[in-house]
Design a protein around this ligand. Sequence first.
Ligand SMILES: Cc1ncc(C[n+]2csc(CCOP(=O)(O)OP(=O)(O)O)c2C)c(N)n1
Ligand SMILES: [Mg+2]
Length: 756
Amino acid sequence: MREINVLPEFNSGTISFQDIPIFQYDTSLKGQLNKTIPEKEAVRLLEAMLYIRVFEEMIIRLKSGKFVPAPGFKFIGATHLSIGQEAVAAGTISSLHPDDYITSTHRGHGHSISKVLYRIYSMNRKQLLSFLGKEDKGETVETLMKQAIENLLFKAMAELFGKEEGYCSGRGGSMHIADFNSGHLGANAIVGGSMAIATGAGLSSLLLENGRAAVCMVGDGAANNGICIESMNFASMPQFGEGFPVIFVFENNQYGMSGQQEKKMTGIKYLSKRGAGFNDKNMHARTESGMHVLAVRNATREALDICRKGEGPVLLEFKTYRYAGHSLSDRRMTYRTAEEEEEWLKFDPIDLYSKELIENNVMSEKDIKNLRSTIQSLMEEVTEKAAHATDPDPKHITDGLLSDTTSDGIGDQYRTVSFNKEMNKFRRDSSGRILYRHAVIEALMEEMARDSRVVLYGEEVAEYGGAFQATVGLYDIFGRRRVFNTPISEAAIVGTALGAAMTGLRPVAEIMYIDFILMTGDQLGNQVAKTKYMFGGKAKIPLVIRTTVGGGKGYAGQHSQSLEAFPAHFPGLKVVIPFTAYDVKGLLKTAIRDDNPVIFIEHQHLYIEKNAVPEEEYMIPFGKGIIRREGKDITLISYSHQLKACIDAAEILDKEDGISVEIVDPRTLVPLDVDLIVNSVKKTGRSVVVVQAPARGSFGEHIINKVQEHAFSSLKGPVRLVSAYEVPPPMSAPLEQENLPGAKRIVQNIRDMMKS
Ligand SMILES: Cc1ncc(C[n+]2csc(CCOP(=O)(O)OP(=O)(O)O)c2C)c(N)n1
Ligand SMILES: [Mg+2]
């Protein structure tokens, strides 16, 4: 079903870009007070900036030992101060609705404090009581609000101290604070790491039509990272309208760690220029002062209007300056001058804005002094309380890694109600068999019908039906908002799927070949895998990443690897690797209903294999392997397409040598059915593991470790690993066939083993 033709056009001309506005917003309060900004809000902007500054000044006092909140207290961990940049945090976040999302950075205290603070400011009495978890004792809203703010500062400080009461139960610390209840999807210590997460949150807002925007706070350094470019492009995809409701905020404090943006790291003076490459509206980009809180506020308010009208994304660059070093140990005078610092100090956002408040008779100098000293006393109180809070119990080190929930039992509330085309099961042959790839499609079809939050996306998955035809027909049934093609941006595919999964969708994302999963290294290993645990165990991440393994087709080094050990390495990911059509259907349905990230590895050679697949619904639980062949002399453990060679080998050994091989297929690598493996080895006393990958660092080595750990005393000899050579997969047929561990090599190894 084609909708838009791409026709040849070769008319000569030039491309011109629209102007990108710089520094155009009114930075003074005069014309705005009680017009666009009520007095109460005007005061709160100063309050917000002061909370951030005093919080960070406290960190300096703690680090230097000038404030000792508890006997023997030692301040540890990596901490980055945003003193000088407070107007960016307060100005952007004060403009948001409490339901809007933010993502933040390693320098994110200001963002974290502001997001919760402005949620508190929006609360009525009932909401404040519920936030504080207390009964109504007749206290005024003002008193409750003060208590809520105290609670916010305490939880933030407690997180810096690694305490159980902290925002992330001490699992994240300063660089990884999140508060999902307040729409804060997490600070990120990977520079640029949150760009795709925010884009995914924008995607879910767009598809769920809930009117929320996502604001992605990143630094100037992050603007040069690949994920930044991928995300801005992804968010600008016009296939659902103009693009996603995402505001990318480049908080340009002039430096990375020490690398200077202007004239050294990037060839452009204004990073807002980067908006010109992704859509014909320059992403509505603009550069404003990040030292003038009202300019930041006005720019954000306009950006939000653009997003809410469906005309996002927007790129905002705020020019600002960090007064402190990059981190607490930074000797900043090695890369910048006192003269430069002095010039920027003249634009201190708190001083500039205080002057506005005084000049417009909103606050007096004395009021501001009192406010600061009240906040300072409060900060000392919460810091002492945080230092005396609970240390996490090492017994609970693994708590919060995985969720034990699924979407089973959701009933009909999310059922898909309109279909573009009738949904039909695949016709079974006389033995009830269908192709493996049709079983994949059936699983997706059933789950997408059952739960409208399930969306399928990746490269070529829509009209074309996937590179291996394993999604054919789904686009016709469910339409573009449920099944869509993405740019060739693997990192963004995975990162957006994470953001979308955190905000209400249940994405199934496809990475065409597992070889390309290396493009997603950060998003998969640092973001998807860690988001639940690092942020205190609270996130639900109902996300499936489907990918494929090939090999044996002459596709060589970059399209033939078996990289299942890569995702299996990261705690927080489940890894599933089905062998039959029956398994692929039952396991994929389980994966889609799981509330954890699942890496689902299909095999290109298995797509055209047939197996019996019942028409009635069934599911296969994770962590339950299967005995593919009963035997008594040796246990062979393998999975996916490699099992075919194992079965062939077992038949040869049975016929020619009278050796009885038991074959165990774990079906899921994480969790691994260790019991099934170990019980089989205990029975046979011998074990061989077969993998398609090179041995070093393979998942086979992990299986062997488990066998030796639990069945050592039953072993009659060493466990062997039959694997590929330690080379990249070669192209030439004889070389590739030699590389793959076929039946012959398995037979030779087992014969050898049986001699000892
Ligand atoms: C991907 C990645 N590369 C490098 C680092 C080390 N690092 C931490 S912060 C930082 C500078 C980041 O600069 P910018 O994005 O401008 O943010 P700022 O620190 O100025 O707030 C660097 C290089 C990192 N954390 N992540
Ligand atoms: Mg910077």
